[in-house]
Design a protein around this ligand. Structure first.
Ligand code: B16
Ligand code: MG
Length: 221
């Protein structure tokens, strides 16, 4: 394929392994509510907003709670989660990502973040990656969570690219769905089992160059 003009990266699970930190905090909350919750149930929470996540957890046990209690539970989970991300350092950036981003910078393409998280800016500060990305669209800037394409459409637009000129990297099925619904090409980062709808699935960025990735995509299309 032609070199995309805009390269949009999901944050949690693509740039840094915060997906596991989200899981641990949700698991702690679910345990406190006596709601059975494991890795498989957690898949449905990846990429979606905090609000949608708590709704999914309560639905596992057909629970309904007053709005005030829902807010308290979200705040509790976010407190635990914020404590865990405060430990992040640039060493936590996933294998191969620094090299991959450096090559993209040398190629002169546009780079952006498309995340559902309202904590994205904190995480980017801890990882010291603010200067790399021209545009950050996160959970504070969208109304509709993934799988709605809003986050990526806003990202592409802010980078001056059409959806067809944009490549998205995502670790969540909801995010892959969002990118495809927005008319973009999507690379899934993770397993074929969960991300099979993506145009291409990679398990890691380690040892991968942008050129090699584009060749892989070319063979798939
Ligand atoms: P917060 P991403 C998403 O980030 C996470 O994948 C998802 O698990 C989380 O619920 C969501 O952010 C909201 O996060 O509670 O920090 O606002 O993968 O889109 O970068
Ligand atoms: Mg993610």
């Amino acid at each position: 394929m032609d070199t995309p003009k805009a390269w949009l990266f999901d944050l949690d699970g693509v740039i840094v392994e915060t997906a596991d930190l989200h899981f641990k905090s949700w698991k702690r909350l679910a345990d406190s509510l006596d709601i059975p919750f494991g890795e498989e149930e957690n898949q449905a929470l990846k990429g979606v907003s905090r609000r949608k996540s708590i709704e999914e957890i309560l639905a596992l046990d057909n629970r309904t709670l007053p709005e005030e209690e829902i807010q308290q539970l979200m705040d509790k989970k976010n407190g635990w989660y914020q404590d865990s991300i405060a430990e992040l350092t640039p060493d936590d950036i996933l294998e191969g990502i620094p090299e991959f981003l450096e090559e993209l910078q040398q190629m002169g393409v546009k780079l952006g973040i498309g995340s559902s998280s309202k904590n994205a800016q904190f995480i980017m500060d801890y990882l010291k990656i603010n200067d790399i990305f021209e545009v950050v669209i996160d959970g504070t800037k969208v109304e509709k969570t993934k799988p709605n394409p809003e986050v990526f459409l806003k990202g592409a637009n802010a980078l001056g690219a059409k959806p067809s000129e944009t490549l998205v990297f995502e670790d969540a099925a909801s995010g892959v769905e969002a990118a495809l619904a927005g008319g973009m090409t999507c690379v899934g980062v993770g397993s074929e089992e969960h991300l099979g709808d993506a145009d291409l699935v990679i398990s890691t960025f380690e040892g991968l160059t942008p050129q090699a990735l584009l060749e892989k995509l070319e063979h798939k299309q």
